[in-house]
Design a protein around this ligand. Structure first.
Ligand code: CA
Ligand code: CA
Ligand code: CA
Length: 491
């Protein structure tokens, strides 16, 4: 048994481009579809590893078009093995480094840990399943070194209860006590964790999870959030780790709310003075509104929009840019409401009402970011102001492999925070806000707890986050969460 396993794992590691290594591990339909869903590719299959260079903490990687590396190789000639029944068990959360979150029951030490989650309504016997780890041999987690390969077989009699959780302690201890210990620790420089079914020639991959050095911070875990769509979901840094429990987002603290006398307010932007907001009505023929921080209208620009869903203001030239959802256009106005220019945005039109929902500007580069709500979920960075032709800087698909029409996560509003050079994204369906880097990689996420949120803006000098709800016609005011993201650990 063991030598077979070693051959498999070593081969997979040693030759990151060879196709047939674990091709048979993709035998089942489920595994194939999961690979496609998974931004980080299929575990030991090196052909996906290149994705991780820009990839970040795994599923946050937005390569929705990930061509799962399985090339349909069937491992012909291998001895017949009883087919492995794929089980819906995932690597749900991982903590690389901690000082105070939770100690193990055997040594009372604060080692790293891995949380498995059984998403089935039946118990799953994971006896003899393999937990493997491959260390990243460089900071981008692209290559793995054979010497650093680690693995462990889960002990006999290990079962995860229906919808239950199992913690594995990456303590480096060879020990069979009250808890399950792995004889390796999770290195700070990053790598990939793999969960495999029982050791057979097929060595079925159940799940993988990759992290980078940049993801490692004391007492911050990486947890999967699926927003109810049944997919393995986003991998999000979690300020409030949940060892042994369901992953959940940290709630934002609501301070106050103001009703808005605007029909279906659908976007929010900070005025160049920092003392007012701009919002728009998505009604046909709708206006742009300037409102104060309590939501009172101080000006109305009757621009006669088609279906305006997002707005932003250039802080220096003061132009207003509006996202027209159905038209897939960015429309530039002056502050009197005169149209200056109109840019067509190149996104697929599958459903007219699944179009542009959010827009914001990075004042330094003057790049405009827009999001397409869904079908597909896209984050675009555009250079429409400089040069004669609009230029696409970056396009990030954020479908994460979920069905395009899956409910639970859509892209509804966008705000560029100049202080930290990050994007804030609000999702109506998730009732949540996300902090993203400009490549769409999640850095943090928070539960906003309100429905139909379509606009987000921050006033950092006041430590406030403002969200507008379309249906509720309300401006919600939240505390800016401190600390937002703990800094990566340093030696
Ligand atoms: Ca958890
Ligand atoms: Ca709307
Ligand atoms: Ca829409």
């Amino acid at each position: 048994m063991i030598p077979l396993l070693l051959i498999f794992l070593f081969t997979a590691c040693a030759d990151p481009v060879s196709q047939p290594v674990d091709g048979s591990a993709h035998g089942s339909q489920k595994e194939q579809s999961d690979d496609r869903n998974d931004g980080e590719g299929s575990g030991a299959d090196g052909s996906d590893d290149g994705e991780e260079g820009d990839g970040d903490s795994g599923d946050g990687d937005s390569d929705g078009g990930d061509t799962d590396g399985d090339s349909g190789d069937d491992n012909e000639g291998a001895p017949a093995q009883p087919a492995f029944q794929q089980r819906d068990v995932i690597l749900n959360e991982v903590m690389i480094r901690q000082q105070e979150t939770v100690s193990d029951p055997d040594f009372q030490s604060y080692s790293g840990w891995i949380e498995l989650h059984n998403r089935e309504n039946n118990p799953v016997d994971v006896s003899g399943w393999v937990v493997g780890f491959r260390r990243a041999s460089n900071s981008t987690a692209v290559e793995y070194s054979v010497q650093d390969l680690q693995y462990h077989l889960l002990p006999e009699g290990t079962t995860i209860s229906p919808r239950g959780y199992l913690l594995l302690w990456a303590s480096g201890q060879q020990h069979a006590g009250e808890a399950i210990h792995l004889p390796f620790v999770l290195p700070l420089e990053g790598g990939k964790i793999g969960l495999y079914g029982p050791e057979t020639a097929e060595m079925p991959i159940v799940d993988t999870l990759a992290y980078r050095a940049a993801d490692v911070a004391y007492d911050i875990s990486l947890g999967r959030m699926d927003f109810g769509w049944g997919h393995r979901g986003f991998l999000i840094p979690m300020n409030n780790p949940t060892p042994g429990e369901a992953n959940r987002l940290t709630p934002l603290t609501l301070i106050e709310s103001h009703s808005l006398n605007v029909s279906d307010p659908s976007g929010l932007a900070v005025d160049h003075t920092g003392r007012y907001f701009w919002t728009i009505s998505d009604d046909p023929g709708g206006s742009i509104y300037k409102i104060d921080l309590q939501g009172n209208i101080v000006d109305e620009l009757p621009v006669g929009g088609d279906d305006m869903e997002g707005i932003t203001q250039h802080p220096r030239n003061r132009s207003l840019f509006v996202a027209e959802e159905r038209l897939r256009q960015i429309v530039q106005f002056d502050t009197l409401g005169n149209e200056i220019a109109r840019y067509q945005v190149d996104v697929e039109v599958r459903r007219q009402n699944d179009g542009l929902e959010g827009i914001t500007i990075d004042p330094t580069t003057e790049h405009i970011f827009v999001v397409n709500e869904k079908n597909p979920r896209v984050l675009l960075e555009l250079d429409v102001l400089r040069g004669f032709d609009r230029q696409e800087i970056r396009r990030t698909y954020m479908d994460l492999g979920a069905p395009e029409d899956a409910r639970g996560f859509d892209l509804s509003g966008l705000f560029y925070d100049e202080t930290d050079e990050v994007l804030w994204l609000v999702s109506d369906e998730a009732r949540a806000v996300f902090v993203l880097d400009r490549t769409g990689r999640p850095l943090a996420a928070f539960d906003a707890g309100q429905p139909d949120l379509e606009g987000v803006a921050l006033i950092r000098s006041e430590d406030r986050i403002y969200l507008v709800s379309d249906e509720l016609q309300t401006l919600f005011v939240y505390e800016y969460p401190q600390p937002l993201i703990r800094l990566p650990a340093t030696e």
